[in-house]
Unconditional design. Structure first.
Length: 558
């Protein structure tokens, strides 16, 4: 039974590790576990030539003129900058074609802000809006329509809290479209006002579409070993958060809500996201579609009321482009914080992140905050761990008797089993007593794993000395080596199984799992080291108090 207990514990540990890794891949649309298939190197079609999305029910798609190659763009480019954002607009459609974040640096070029939106030879990721006809078949201004840029400020001055960028289209189909982007200091959300002016002699009822178009490639610099979800997502109150793999769009296997009066559409990747948000209560049709080879779109279409000749209809939307800072996302619209995906343990992960954030507000260092959080969890689970280690200590005390019994009755398994059970009864030892307390804690520590893996705050966050970025692997591999050593120390403190094969497995499994940590972010490895050290300390203290001196059981592989 002692061997069975060890085996179960290792199965639990092994299962949790596989679950951490494999579920991360599966939840994010990846089929391979360690070596996901490569995607095409670059998008082969420009987002500028993307067709207008299919119109809503009873609407007819507007005709879209052909686009020019990316290298010969004809629209005027205007760069607007605030204290946290740098945005580039194209006068062709008033489209957002580039974004950079001054407070989040590029992982390879540390002097440059991280780029999310981009339209270049190698990447396509843009935000577009425009009008399509309701049922008349008329052509209205789209994201392909040349627009006039209204003069104005291009950078936020000292003492200035916001600036505006305005584009005006020509009269097309009796309709003129004016787009006004309002960008505020310290904000990653942009207010986008669409003024639709009826310049004709008859009423018009166009529909406004808002879409995000991007290629299906992995974000630049993302490791093939360490893959995260990249793709579109839709949120509605009815079906909540739904993310969709690019392959499902291509294979027409998308099952999302088609109509709603709330929610948002987004493009998500590790740490960052972009999203279009319409006001609550406004009817919208949701769509996901393949635009061209390796080019995909997610968006919304909302009908406008009939606009009388000479009248103007205004529709306000919000566009978010930035890091997945949980508190910022929660304040923008319901459900937007879910783009920071904790997977199936969200109910545990959110309070853990809240506690980690509170610790950081006091400690002001994410590395020490991680260690403090693990310490608090260890304190919270102290009595559970005490019971587990006490049970292990009792097992350790009777282990010599069990070993002698196994050797003496090795040819009489039934008699040996009965004799072992008698020893357990006489000594009041439960062979499974150490398993249950550990099993209860596993979901909590898996949830903490997801918190550390998903939090953009870890990006470029230093700890001490050589650890300058908790979201990247240790450049000197010191932390993974320490983690491996602490794991082996834990193994050595446990009594060696009498069975030689189990004894080997007791040493091989920690080594195998430790190899994975050489590719893990430093913050995650720090978390495991802290957990290991506290576990070893507690086990040592409990064993000593129970009169079972800690002993190191070294491997025997003869």
């Amino acid at each position: 039974m002692n061997d069975i207990r060890r085996t179960i514990l290792w199965v639990i540990f092994g299962f949790s590790m596989v679950l951490l890794w494999d579920q991360w891949q599966v939840f994010n649309g990846r089929k391979a576990t360690f070596f996901p298939a490569s995607t095409p190197v670059a998008a082969k079609a420009a987002a500028s030539s993307a067709a207008v999305p299919p119109a809503a029910v009873n609407a007819t798609p507007g005709a879209v003129p052909g686009g020019t190659p990316l290298t010969t763009k004809s629209g005027e480019q205007v760069v607007v900058s605030t204290d946290v954002l740098s945005l580039t607009f194209d006068s062709e459609g008033g489209t957002l074609v580039h974004s950079a974040f001054s407070q989040y640096k590029d992982m390879t070029e540390k002097d440059k802000g991280f780029v999310l939106l981009d339209e270049s030879v190698s990447r396509v990721y843009v935000a577009q809006t425009g009008l399509i006809a309701g049922g008349s078949g008329a052509a209205f201004p789209t994201h392909k329509t040349p627009m006039t840029l209204v003069p104005g400020e291009r950078s936020l001055k000292d003492g200035q809290n916001e600036l505006q960028v305005k584009f005006e289209s020509a009269d097309i189909g009796g309709v003129k479209l004016v787009k006004t982007y309002t960008i505020k200091r310290g904000a990653y959300d942009v207010a986008v006002r669409h003024d639709v002016i009826n310049t004709g002699s008859a009423p018009v009822a166009p529909q406004l579409y808002l879409q995000l178009v991007r290629d299906g490639n992995k974000p630049p610099g993302e490791s093939s070993f360490y893959s995260t979800f990249t793709g579109p997502a839709i949120y509605t109150e009815a079906k909540k958060y739904q993310k969709v793999d690019f392959k499902d769009i291509e294979n027409n296997k998308v099952d999302v809500e088609k109509q709603a009066t709330n929610g948002y559409v987004a493009m998500v990747q590790h740490y960052f996201a972009a999203a279009w948000i319409l006001p609550e209560g406004l009817k919208r049709d949701l769509f996901l579609r393949k635009v061209d080879t390796n080019l995909y779109a997610v968006g919304m279409i909302t009908p406008l009321d009939a606009i009388a000749p000479g009248a103007t209809k205004t529709l306000d939307a919000k566009f978010f482009v930035g890091p997945q800072e949980e508190k910022v996302l929660e304040a923008l619209t319901p459900g937007l914080e879910l783009v920071k995906d904790y997977g199936w343990l969200t109910i545990l992960a959110k309070p853990l992140y809240w506690l980690l954030d509170k610790l950081h507000s006091v400690i002001q260092n994410w590395g020490w905050s991680i260690m403090a959080l693990v310490l608090l969890l260890k304190i919270a689970f102290y009595w559970l761990n005490a019971k587990a280690y006490a049970s292990m200590a009792k097992m350790k005390a009777v282990n010599p008797k069990i070993t002698e019994l196994r050797e003496r009755l090795k040819d009489k398994p039934q008699e040996m089993q009965q004799a072992m059970m008698k020893i357990y009864r006489d000594e009041k030892v439960n062979p499974m007593g150490g398993c249950f307390p550990i099993m209860i804690q596993i979901p909590v520590f898996i949830a903490l794993y997801w918190v550390l893996l998903s939090s953009v705050e870890m990006r470029n966050a230093p700890w001490i000395l050589w650890i300058h970025d908790l979201s990247s692997k240790d450049p000197l591999f010191i932390l993974p080596i320490v983690m491996t050593m602490t794991t082996l120390l834990q193994t050595a403190l446990n009594p060696a199984p009498p069975d030689p094969m189990q004894a080997k497995m007791m040493w091989f499994m920690p080594l195998i799992f430790s190899v994975m940590f050489f590719a893990f972010p430093a913050g995650l490895v720090l978390y495991w080291i802290t957990n290991n050290i506290l576990s070893i300390t507690q086990q040592w203290v409990i064993n000593t108090r129970m009169g079972v001196p800690p002993q190191f059981h070294l491997p025997k592989f003869k």
